[in-house]
Write a protein that binds this ligand. Structure first.
Ligand code: FES
Ligand code: FE
Length: 395
């Protein structure tokens, strides 16, 4: 790493912590699983920032414990063994840990063993809201644990009709998640990239809705991007399209290409630590799309695409179910976002080795990405260290 640091420009050194955050940011809340993926008596294994985590629900409450048995190190989630509502039992030899504290409570075939009460696997704070289970990942002794809302997009915007938030009551929340090749930072930058709309130009979503998706935009004034820096609250950047300080590109004369559709549509993008992008008024007005790029390891991220919309009445839920099944998920989440998944994997080739970050030659519209890199460098609560089991870095 010393050689790579030396070759960085002065500009790059302003966001050095971001460049070091290959495995993610520690001491933040991350979505770990949808609620329906953790039914009673099923142990679900996930990996977040290199942390292997077992999720188990008992009496309605979800617990998160280290997913490596202290005995011989197998992943406990490889086979669900839920014998009581207080314990997580390893399927191999029956080492049994308390769900609340991770302490070894008993061993199936060695009930008087000296290890009982002495060994412990770590536990993680958990919150569950509107169908999503969040886990706080970081240093075991980090205190105080910040509120979940500090790691989510801001709740209320200055729009007259603010869209739903994953923590609000009576909202409809539904989505998908998929494992993608590409470091989490490449996913984040792709989500907030104002020059990448070429990849969406010919998607069925755009053609079917006849939507005038701009070819890109650039900022032209200091108020174009608002910094969100609430005390003890979310840290992010928001594109203020209504500020008039944007140059919207709708046509490229040299390339003979212009915006496809006729329907102009106002949507607004913002980006927050640790790893979430919010697109308000997407896929349609009154809805919001939340996209998390949760670090898995150094070359993959879990891409969460979650839609939040009106869900206060039975009628709204019925309407949302219908739209979700027949429009939002197939066209909005899969079809429109598939090119993003393709692009992130392609970015991993140059950026998967450290030189990729040194060699990039950015242009005017990439300024927003630099602002994001600096924001992370300023506000992260820690950088995840490369796990020992991962071996030496590539490149
Ligand atoms: Fe888990 Fe032996 S490896 S009990
Ligand atoms: Fe995109």
């Amino acid at each position: 790493m010393a050689t790579a640091s030396k070759s960085r420009s002065a500009a790059q050194r302003q966001y050095e912590p971001y460049l070091e955050a290959v495995w993610g940011l520690s001491n933040h809340w991350y979505p770990a699983a949808f609620s329906h993926e953790v039914p009673d008596r099923v142990v679900t294994g996930v990996m977040i920032c290199g942390h292997e985590i077992a999720l188990r629900r008992a009496r309605g409450k979800v617990y998160a414990l280290a997913d490596r048995c202290a005995h011989r190190g197998v992943r406990i989630s490889k086979k669900s063994m839920c014998l009581t509502d207080e314990h997580l039992t390893c399927w191999y030899h029956g080492f049994t840990y308390g769900l609340e504290d991770g302490v070894l409570k008993t061993i199936l075939a060695s009930p008087d063993d000296a290890q009982i009460g002495r060994l412990r696997i770590r536990t993680y704070p958990v919150e569950e809201h509107n169908g999503i289970i969040y886990v706080f990942v970081g240093d075991p002794d980090y205190r105080p644990i910040p509120p979940l809302a500090s790691d989510l997009p801001i709740r209320i915007t200055d729009d007259p009709n603010p869209v739903g938030h994953p923590l609000d009551e009576q909202v409809y929340v539904r989505g998908i998640r998929r494992t993608c090749v590409g470091n989490w930072r490449l996913g984040m930058e792709n989500g907030f990239d104002s020059g990448h709309f070429l990849i969406h130009y010919d998607t069925q979503f755009i053609v079917a809705t006849d939507r005038a998706l701009a070819l890109g935009w650039q900022t032209t004034g200091p108020d174009a991007i608002r910094t969100i820096d609430e005390p003890d609250g979310p840290k992010g950047l928001m594109s203020m399209f209504k500020s008039g300080q944007f140059r919207i590109i709708r046509e490229s004369a040299p390339l003979g290409i212009k915006v496809y559709g006729k329907n102009r549509h106002y949507a607004r993008t913002s980006i927050y630590l640790p790893c979430v992008v919010m697109v308000e008024n997407w896929p349609i007005n009154g809805w919001a799309q939340y996209e998390w790029q949760v670090p898995i390891d150094d070359y993959r991220h879990e891409y969460w695409e979650v839609l939040v919309g009106p869900g206060a009445t039975e009628e709204q839920i019925k309407e949302a179910d219908f739209k979700y099944a027949n429009f939002f998920e197939p066209l909005g989440l899969w079809n429109f976002n598939d090119p993003d998944v393709f692009a992130r994997a392609a970015l991993q080739e140059p950026y998967g080795v450290s030189e990729g970050w040194e060699r990039e030659q950015l242009c005017a519209f990439d300024g927003a990405l630099i602002s994001w890199r600096k924001l992370v460098s300023r506000h992260h609560r820690g950088i995840v260290e490369r796990p020992r089991w991962a071996g030496p870095p590539a490149g």
